[in-house]
Design a protein around this ligand. Structure first.
Ligand SMILES: [Zn+2]
Length: 253
């Protein structure tokens, strides 16, 4: 028979079900990604009215049935309401949620991804960071946490750690100047990188999530990071994010 569990997590998306109910996707510390029914969550007097919405982070008491979870009650610690006052931050936020919903696995340990999502939304809500940089950091770290990040610490051809000036999307990481010279010129997807672009990627991959949002970069570095991550994501993550279409149209041109 079923039992109640308590899970700490964030609401990634919400689907209306029937007249009054919702089905929500949660990214949790304890169970990874799960879906749960929030019965009556669309009734005006429901205790779940405010809790069963995207960005809500807190403790969810869930009834674990044989094949599904049902939300019993929720204690929300952060609604991320600051995001809704800023259109750009809202769209970036929805993209992060969609990315996490797609990328997270059910019944697996997604604690790092949850931490990353939380810190990235806080960075979006703060005016201290350029949202375009927050996006680059989020994408790169999410891929790295999932074991699919690029190799940026050695040359993928010779293994050397020096003169890593080139990024190859096809090979999935950095290549040194010597090896680039000897490689086939026809191979697609090369980017010549500023040294700061390399250091930024190394820092993001190597640092704990809590230390990620502590720096800014030049416009040139931001452009290179954006370009590299876009090609890398399209090459290795074969998925069209709906929120990204809107985001790219509205804010990145
Ligand atoms: Zn090399």
């Amino acid at each position: 028979m079923g039992q109640n569990i308590v899970a700490t997590g964030m609401v990634l998306n919400v689907m209306p079900i029937g007249e009054y109910d919702k089905r929500i996707t949660l990214l949790t510390k304890e169970r990874g990604k799960i879906t749960a029914f929030a019965r009556g969550a669309r009734r005006p007097n429901s205790q779940l009215l405010a809790a069963a919405n995207p960005f809500c982070f807190g403790e969810f008491e869930l009834f674990e049935g044989r094949s599904s979870y049902t939300v019993v009650r929720a204690a929300i610690q952060n609604y991320f309401r600051e995001l809704t006052g800023d259109l750009s931050a809202t769209y970036y936020g929805f993209y992060f949620l969609e990315f996490a919903a797609y990328y997270a696995q059910e019944n697996s340990d997604e604690r790092e991804l949850l931490k990353l999502l939380y810190q990235s939304l806080r960075a979006l809500a703060s005016s201290a960071y350029d949202n375009r940089l927050v996006r680059c950091i989020f994408e790169l770290k999410a891929l790295a946490v999932g074991g699919e990040g690029p190799n940026v610490f050695t040359c993928l051809s010779c293994g050397k750690k020096e003169h890593l000036h080139w990024f190859s999307v096809e090979r999935g990481g950095t290549v040194c100047t010597d090896c680039r010279r000897e490689s086939a010129a026809a191979e697609p997807g090369w980017t010549l990188m500023d040294e700061s672009t390399l250091y930024t990627m190394q820092y993001v991959i190597a640092s704990p999530v809590a230390k990620l949002y502590t720096f800014s970069v030049s416009e040139k570095v931001l452009r290179e990071l954006t370009e590299i991550l876009k090609s890398y994501r399209m090459r290795y993550l074969d998925h069209t994010f709906q929120s990204l279409k809107v985001l790219d149209e509205l804010f990145t041109g």
